[in-house]
Design a protein around this ligand. Structure first.
Ligand SMILES: Nc1nc2c(ncn2[C@@H]2O[C@H](COP(=O)(O)OP(=O)(O)OP(=O)(O)O)[C@@H](O)[C@H]2O)c(=O)[nH]1
Ligand SMILES: [Mg+2]
Length: 230
């Protein structure tokens, strides 16, 4: 994937109405400080388009980055940041939920998990939400550079086991420092963008099938609220 252009197009706060986009959206979810904004920067080959911070709770809005004038990366606020007042956490949780439930152009939710840690309750809730709502689960195990190579297999197995991932479900170890895993994520994005293009060229009966499998089913499952206290 070649990134030709990227810009922050829309920033949504707690009371904002989300934009009605016509291009596909890819969202990045995960615990506060897990590396969502750093991953977006790495994918966009930018140092600081998405704001990052070593202090958890940096991203407090839902940020839409338009890429190649063709699709969006959606940077979500992290869940489970204990030092933010409970009322604020609940509001962010509701905002994330409102986005996840209400966006018809959402193609994929990437769930980020720190490779060093066992997934927590909110991670499991988010994973289950992704599966129940018909999205293909893709987990990105972040900060791979922080552990020894020999530990990668053990840690990814722990993540898979705790989340209850099926063997065929995708988990990509990633490092924003070394950019390890980036090409694999690009390949998934490219695959996610394909059905739309293929649809126009397919025969009607084939098209029907493609449509049936293209969009996730939207149901009213609850997204995780922000109640984890770590
Ligand atoms: N060593 C290393 N540090 C990373 C990596 N990814 C992120 N970090 C660091 O982890 C901290 C948090 O990264 P962010 O990208 O701001 O995390 P976030 O998930 O967007 O956090 P919130 O916006 O608070 O939800 C920063 O200090 C980053 O530099 C990585 O792959 N390797
Ligand atoms: Mg962030």
């Amino acid at each position: 994937m070649v990134i030709k252009q990227a810009e922050l197009e829309t920033v949504c706060g707690i009371t904002s109405t989300f934009p009605v986009n016509t291009c596909p959206e890819f969202a990045f979810a995960g615990k506060s400080n897990v590396g969502k904004s750093s991953l977006i920067n790495a994918l966009l080959n930018r140092k600081s388009l998405a704001r990052t911070s070593s202090t958890p709770g940096k991203t407090q809005t839902v940020n839409f980055y338009k890429v190649n004038r063709a699709f969006y990366f959606v940077d979500l606020p992290g869940y489970g940041y204990a030092k933010v007042a409970k009322t604020s956490r609940e509001k962010w949780g509701k905002m994330i939920e409102r986005y996840l439930h209400g966006s018809p152009m959402l193609k994929q939710v990437f769930l980020l998990i720190d490779i060093r840690h066992e997934p927590g309750e909110n991670d499991r809730l988010m994973y289950d939400w992704i599966v129940k709502n018909g999205y293909r689960p893709v987990v990105i195990a972040t900060k791979k550079d922080k552990i020894k190579r020999s530990q990668v297999g053990k840690q990814t197995a722990l993540i898979r086991r705790t989340l209850g991932m099926a063997p065929e479900d995708v988990l990509i170890p990633f490092s924003a420092e070394t950019k390890d895993g980036k090409e694999e994520i690009y390949r998934l994005l490219e695959a996610g963008l394909k059905p739309e293009a293929a649809e126009e060229e397919t025969e009607p009966e084939v098209r029907q099938e493609a449509e049936a499998s293209a969009g996730p089913e939207k149901t009213k499952e609850a997204a995780p609220a922000q109640e984890e206290t770590t």
